[in-house]
Design a protein around this ligand. Sequence first.
Ligand code: SAH
Ligand code: SF4
Ligand code: F3S
Length: 439
Amino acid sequence: MAEPKKLFIKTYGCQMNVYDSERMAEALGGQGYVETQSADDADMILLNTCHIREKAAEKVYSELGRFKGLKAAKPDLKIGVAGCVAQAEGEEIMRRQPMVDLVVGPQSYHRLPELEARAGGGAKALDTDFPEEDKFERLKSRPKSARGPTAFLTVQEGCDKFCAFCVVPYTRGAEVSRPAERVLSEARDLVERGVREITLLGQNVNAYHGAGGDGDWSLARLIRELAKVDGLERIRFTTSHPNDMDDELIAAHGEVDKLMPYLHLPVQSGSDRILKRMNRKHTSESYIRLIERIRAARPDILMSGDFIVGFPEETEEDFAATMALVEEVRYGQCYSFKYSSRPGTPAAERALVDPAAADDRLHRLQALLTRQQREIQDAMVGRETRVLFEREGRVAGQMAGKSEHLHAVHVTADGIARGDLRRVRITESNPNSLSAVLV
Ligand code: SAH
Ligand code: SF4
Ligand code: F3S
């Protein structure tokens, strides 16, 4: 039998890219590739890239530069670029980095086996189509290997919202939902292989409207059906848009035990003037009222969000409105970014705010968010929660996992196995995790 070829995949960007990387590895598995953790001994290197901010996109070129030596030493080595940078700048990548053999976009990677066969030895392959066929259907047959206790499952892709700053509608295309039955069967398959927690993914996952047996299913309906799968203990979903948070989904947060009390609901800014310029189609007031309704359904829910500071024309007053919104919501987790101008987006035409002012705002916002996160984490001390243990901790005898609220938790005790779901009491809050004891 031929020696298996080695595939090294490096993943940037969001969880959907993590999911896609797994699928690409499976697709290439059929071509005789096994995954390796090091680029040095690889026969193929695949970068699964992110285009969301300039820094993320530029990283691809510097990363490729690092492979020059490898390619010179091993001319058979195939180098591929996948993901959102591939979609946005595929031709430019080929031009700027002649060592790249293959470029494949996020909607056509089910064709990787054909592309891989075509590329190499000087031949190039590029596919950034948005094909009609369902790539997930084409990728369905996968090896039934065991896997860890948590998994991502993409249920919805693309975006029709066109926020003025964002490349996603261009790199991922229009909003598409996977049929409900396919999602359920993939979930059952994951559970058979040892998965106990599934995070449903989509760029706007709560806009999900996949075909079910009796018409289109909402995300809430999908979650309720998933909750009936024996052996599946936890359900999460990300990322949600405030405008797609319907009553049914809010109710599910209060009624479905397996749905975890954590919600990532980006708002981007607290200023209505800026929200309007961002084309977000909600106000800070409507967002705050929405969170009140969610908290009425599930009082202990942990809120998470995304913010952009320094959006074109953002004034100190606009920024003060963002700080006020954060004070009011109290986030348990948050991601905040300095605005990055992206080619092809409407906001790229507008004048930037002074970069020093934007940096200063980002620091102030992050200080506030870090303080809130820490306060909410500290308030867990003394409480009981359930932890799904995922791996061994850094210290001998220690196991690490996630709480219901997605906090990292460490427990030192005998007899805890990977995949165990155990009741614990939180004893201590550390900078990036909680310590706990079994109860
Ligand atoms: N679909 C999700 C977000 C996907 S992108 C949503 O609408 O909530 C993840 C985050 O990256 C965004 O929420 C936003 O905060 C940030 N982001 C997107 N484009 C950006 C840009 N041009 N500059 C800085 N941050 C950006
Ligand atoms: Fe981007 Fe807005 Fe779509 Fe989110 S909703 S992916 S920020 S365009
Ligand atoms: Fe990045 Fe594409 Fe995800 S731009 S954030 S990898 S959808």
